[in-house]
Design a protein around this ligand. Structure first.
Ligand code: NAI
Length: 489
């Protein structure tokens, strides 16, 4: 069989994922044999795939003849014997280790000597499913994302015993589907789910430390780093009943690594049944307690002044504030009653104010690395005059509390540190991790590309300052970042 000659794909499990993968294979010119133990699941899969093709015909992106031909290549079966003529079998049944192991053993007894075998598991190790397999060299992970036809990235997971030739054929198959393969070692969470912890866990830690409300953290990350969804909106959508156990499993499965440790805030909310949208008890359900003003009335806003040394870095923030009516002073000395805007890079606002001998009650901070698009997130200390804060807090300006590292800086670092650890451990290449962040998680850029863009030396200094100030182990040194900083990237 050549690299590209997978012409018939068997898919076991006609649920959300199985039917999506079947649709994708049909659209790519392959035949699909969809097997499920429930005939109702098969019927509803058929109707859904047919409905999707019909909609494409209505839109004019698929001809009626092609739609008929694609449906003709789909077979629905309720028994595994139907898989004997397939080139590749993808298991997409319920996420249960015993079920998956039993199924693999049954499939192995029915297939041809060169049939490839894959699992779409999200949370088990491939080698765990294949622990007693007869042909572990032919078995690998093909982790599609939901919805499979639209999410263009697939993680190709190498089990302990998967042969390199099989992995090359798996990669070629993903390319033949028109999707992007990324190659990953068999670690809990693979690339995407492990990397995703850097976003939601650090955000939960920021909330737990009372740095800002859920809403302000969401707003800051959307505006500052262009995430399509804030971390709390995301957890509400996914459901904490899914996110918390998955986070625990990834932490446990990766040697209880502190970078992946789920904060107790998540455990408490999980145990309290605060799952998110699915039961109407989410982080963002009750906006009254979420903080952040909803108006843009800045008629009483104080004059804003930045020290000369910070003016270049503050330019985007000052321009944005000026565009919504805040008056900016370019005097050499701070005018009376003005707010003093200081640049923060891993240091506390109070530390910078003290060093510059400025009155702490008038000081607020900004993030020079992530100034924000359309919205600005500023930092107040415990000594900042709350009346000044209230006069600036509006729809376009929000405030978080003083800490070591701003909200965006801490998220960028955690994403980069987790990604860097994966590179250092040989889990995946930097390019594949960056691709995964963008295509599977919807991030505007990859975590490692972002660090290189901002300057690895600068990010390493930021990390060192936060680690020194907090002694929190997830900010411990990283081999990847240290080497990137030393090599001057
Ligand atoms: P689902 O619950 O929608 O569908 C599972 C299907 O498998 C059901 O139709 C069920 O009847 C069938 N099934 C169960 N045991 C079977 C057996 N022994 N033989 C034949 N059919 C059997 O599940 P879903 O969401 O499609 O997930 C499937 C797999 O894909 C899981 O391993 C999951 O972790 C993984 N996955 C799910 C994603 C998602 O967003 N839903 C994303 C990526 C991976």
């Amino acid at each position: 069989m050549s690299d590209h000659c997978i012409s018939t794909v068997g898919i076991v499990g006609a649920g959300v994922m199985g039917r999506g993968i079947a649709q994708l294979a049909l659209s790519s010119g392959m035949a699909a044999v969809l097997v499920d133990s429930r005939s109702t699941a098969l019927q509803s899969a058929r109707d859904e795939i047919d409905g999707r093709f019909r909609r494409l015909v209505e839109k004019g992106t698929l001809s009626a003849d092609e739609a008929v031909a694609q449906m003709d290549r789909l077979s629905l079966r309720d028994e595994l014997s139907a898989l004997s003529e397939t080139d590749l079998i993808i298991e997409a049944i319920v996420e249960d280790l015993d079920e998956k192991t039993r199924l693999l053993s049954e499939i192995e007894s029915r297939v041809a000597a060169d049939t490839l075998l894959a699992s779409n598991t999200s949370s088990f190790l491939i080698s765990e499913i294949a622990a007693d397999a007869r042909y572990p060299d032919r078995f690998f992970g093909l982790h599609f994302f939901n919805p499979a036809p639209l999410m263009r990235l697939v993680e190709v997971v190498a089990g302990q015993a998967t042969s390199p030739d099989v992995l090359a054929r798996a990669r070629a198959f993903v390319l033949a589907l028109g999707h992007t393969p990324v190659m990953t070692a068999d670690v809990n969470g693979f690339i995407a789910n492990q990397l995703g912890r850097g976003y939601v866990l650090e955000a939960a830690r920021l909330a737990e430390q009372n740095v800002a409300s859920f809403k302000v953290i969401d707003r800051t990350l959307r505006a500052g780093m262009e995430f399509p969804m804030g971390p709390f909106e995301l957890m509400d959508l996914t459901g904490l009943d899914v996110t918390y156990p998955a986070s625990r499993a990834i932490w446990e499965g990766n040697g209880f690594d502190e970078r992946l440790l789920p904060p107790s805030l998540l455990e408490r909310r999980f145990k309290s049944g605060l799952f998110g949208k699915k039961n109407g008890k989410g982080f963002r359900t009750d906006e009254r307690i979420c903080g952040g003003n909803d108006h843009d009335d800045l008629t009483s806003a104080p004059l804003v002044w930045a020290p000369a040394a910070f003016r270049d870095a503050a330019k985007p923030v000052l321009e944005m504030m000026s565009s919504i009516g805040v008056t900016i002073s370019d005097d050499t000395h701070p005018p009376e009653n003005s707010v003093l805007l200081l640049s923060l890079e891993g240091e506390r606002l109070l530390t910078v104010a003290q060093r510059l001998e400025l009155e702490p009650t008038r000081c607020i901070g900004f993030d020079p690395l992530f100034p924000g698009k359309g919205e600005v997130s500023l930092i107040r200390s415990s000594l900042t005059d709350q009346r000044l804060v209230n006069r600036l807090d509006c729809r376009s300006i929000c405030f978080s509390d003083d800490g070591a590292g701003t909200i965006c800086q801490r998220i960028a670092l955690q994403l980069g540190l987790i990604a860097g650890d994966m590179v250092a451990r040989g889990v995946a290449t930097a390019d594949d991790i960056d691709r995964t962040a963008m295509l599977a998680l919807g991030h505007a850029t990859g975590p490692l590309k972002r660090i290189t863009h901002l300057g690895a030396g600068r990010m390493e200094s930021l990390r060192a300052r936060i680690f020194e100030a907090t002694a929190e182990a997830r900010f411990r040194p990283s081999r990847w970042l240290t080497e990137a900083a030393l090599s001057g990237t």
